[in-house]
Design a protein around this ligand. Structure first.
Ligand SMILES: [Zn+2]
Length: 168
């Protein structure tokens, strides 16, 4: 195994773990299906690209190993990272929506601000999780004693909403 394929293997596994963690959010209907579709397509597209002669000459011109197994590894790793990135964007979108934050603005910020700083800003500044009012069902902040829509007391709901808040 070359040094490059060892590095790629580690990066591949890291990307896979990130993607697996994010896919757990899919089971709670937070991740939009479009994000999952883009993530699933990214892997075969990058593998096919880096296995092509164009992709391999790009690798060679950047000083990477470009034999077929190395190129396939590169495409697979790049694909897994692209998939994890789009799953993370999908998570920001779904999570911002359930917190009644401007979802597309945060997705664009996370996409455009380099070095994942947009994602970090999102997690620093995201609002509290909203839960339904026990009386009128409109979304209100977890932990609020009274509904801001109907004024109904929320005593029994607080524990459940706070427990929900801990999940990613
Ligand atoms: Zn209410």
């Amino acid at each position: 195994m070359t040094q490059q394929s060892a590095v790629l293997l580690i990066a591949f596994l890291v990307g896979l773990v990130v993607a697996a963690v994010l896919l757990r959010a899919a089971t709670r209907n937070i991740l939009p299906r479009s994000a999952m579709a883009i993530a699933a397509l990214a892997i075969p597209i990058w593998v096919a690209y880096f296995a092509s002669s164009q992709g391999r000459s790009l690798l060679a011109s950047k000083g990477f190993l470009s034999s077929m197994p190395d190129a396939l590894w590169f495409g697979l790793t790049f694909g897994v990272f692209t998939a994890a990135f789009f799953l993370a964007l999908g998570y920001v979108y779904g999570d911002a929506r359930r917190r009644q934050m401007p979802a597309w603005a945060w997705v664009i910020a996370a996409f455009l601000i380099p070095n994942l700083i947009g994602f970090i800003l999102y997690f620093l500044f995201r609002g509290p999780l909203l839960g339904p009012c026990s009386s009128c069902g409109k979304p209100i902040r977890g932990g609020e004693a009274f509904c801001s829509h109907c004024g109904c007391s929320q005593g029994s709901n607080i524990g459940r909403i706070t427990a929900d808040n801990r999940t990613i």
